[in-house]
Design a protein around this ligand. Structure first.
Ligand SMILES: *Cc1c(COP(=O)(O)O)cnc(C)c1O
Length: 382
């Protein structure tokens, strides 16, 4: 196997699910977001562990993700969070995937396809846009949409869902907005009930709100990022502790490579494309077989440091597609050829940096750092 790889610490995933369960109110269902290959941490492995640890639903983003889970014998209910096109409806139905619907056209097309496929009772969730500005009907349309669903011969309304836009922020203005979104969702639920229709499973909270606002757990929470060991933006461990909420997360993924060569450089020599780094004093440069095609973001050169045997070393020169170089200094007794070089990972496993640290320097969130690692980087499960 290539030395550039992801280590998946399965025990940390289990730890995180247990931590989430400790914070769930009695009777609340768990829907684990395993979309985007489990945020890069492996969708199938995460799905299997989540299923075994009591998840009722798994959340996916594409029909093909659902098919892959079914082919791997995952039996859980699957909730498709993103829209798919009508061409995919048949596969969606055959693979028992529950889509989010919010308009008449989709309800009609889906019902027709369910009829054609011979499925009497295709589950759907009604999506309500309470302020995310993404998918969903408006709260005042919810009653009418629920009627359309229940009037469809082959569809069943299994739940209602909304999504918060700023629940990961701790500013009072944003907390106010989240409260308003919740109120609108409850209004939509009442509108459905007023039509004499059972709204099914009501769910509004992803990671941030699920933990920080237990009152909003309703019938089901939908954590994603916290499964993989990272807090949702400003809803950090410190913030939660202040609210007397304990959640001890451990990063699941380690992204690592190895020192493929060590080469001597003298003043005046330059490194990599664009010659952005010039050797000022004699040094040793280590070559790492990892580049932006693996998900090591090119814009992090300069700036990125990698950990070798507990010490940080800076990337010098531009990160290339498949390689990058680091300065290890002269007479470095700590770094040998083929030593492990960790880009990020759990800090108690030897890395000085986790995905959150990389995200901060990249001006993004840990989600993007983990999902940016490309397919050619293989995984090892520990
Ligand atoms: C991705 C997603 C989640 C999970 O979000 P996290 O912030 O990772 O917990 C939950 N619900 C919806 C609708 C999503 O798109």
């Amino acid at each position: 196997m290539r030395c550039t790889k992801k280590i998946i610490y399965t025990e940390n995933l289990r730890n995180n699910i247990n931590e989430i369960k400790k914070n769930m109110k009695a009777g609340v269902k768990l829907c684990c977001a395993v979309k985007a290959d489990g945020y890069g941490n492996d969708g199938i492995n995460t799905a299997k562990i989540a299923e075994e640890m009591g998840a009722s639903y798994l959340a996916i983003a594409t029909v093909s993700e659902g098919i892959e889970l079914r082919q791997n014998n995952v039996k859980c209910d699957l909730l498709l969070l993103s829209p798919c096109c009508p061409e995919e409806f048949q596969e969606l139905i055959e693979n028992d995937i529950t889509p989010l619907v919010f308009d008449e056209e989709t309800i009609k097309l889906l019902n027709n396809q369910a009829k054609k496929t011979g499925k009497d009772c295709q589950s759907v969730f009604l999506a309500v846009d309470t302020g995310m500005g993404r998918i969903g009907c408006y709260p005042e349309e919810a009653g009418q949409m629920a009627e359309k669903i229940t009037a469809s011969s082959n569809l069943k309304l299994s739940g209602m869902i909304t999504h918060f836009a700023v629940s990961d922020s701790i500013s009072s203005e944003n907390i106010k907005f989240t409260n308003e979104q919740y109120k609108k969702f409850m209004q939509a639920v009442s509108n459905v009930k007023e039509k004499g229709i059972d709204p099914g499973i009501k769910t509004c909270s992803a990671s941030a709100a699920a933990i920080a606002i237990p009152e909003f757990q309703l019938d089901m929470i939908r954590p994603g990022i916290i499964l993989y060991g990272y807090y949702a933006d400003e809803v950090t461990k410190e913030y939660l502790n202040k609210k007397n909420i304990q959640l001890n997360l451990k990063p699941v993924m380690q992204f690592e490579t190895a020192v493929a060569a060590i080469r001597h450089f003298t003043p005046g020599q330059t490194i990599s494309y664009g010659r952005t780094w010039k050797c000022e004093k004699e040094t040793e440069i280590a070559v790492l077989p990892v580049g932006y095609a693996d998900g090591l973001l090119r814009r992090n050169s300069p700036g990125l440091n990698v950990t070798i045997n507990g010490k940080p070393y800076p990337v010098v020169g531009r990160i290339c597609m498949d390689q990058c170089m680091i300065d290890i200094g002269l007479n470095n007794k700590d770094v040998k050829r083929w030593d492990k070089a960790i880009i990020f990972g759990p800090k108690d496993k030897g890395s000085l940096f986790d995905a959150e640290d990389i995200a901060r320097m990249t001006n993004t969130i840990s989600y993007e750092i983990m999902t940016s690692i490309s397919k050619r980087v293989e995984k090892i499960f520990l």
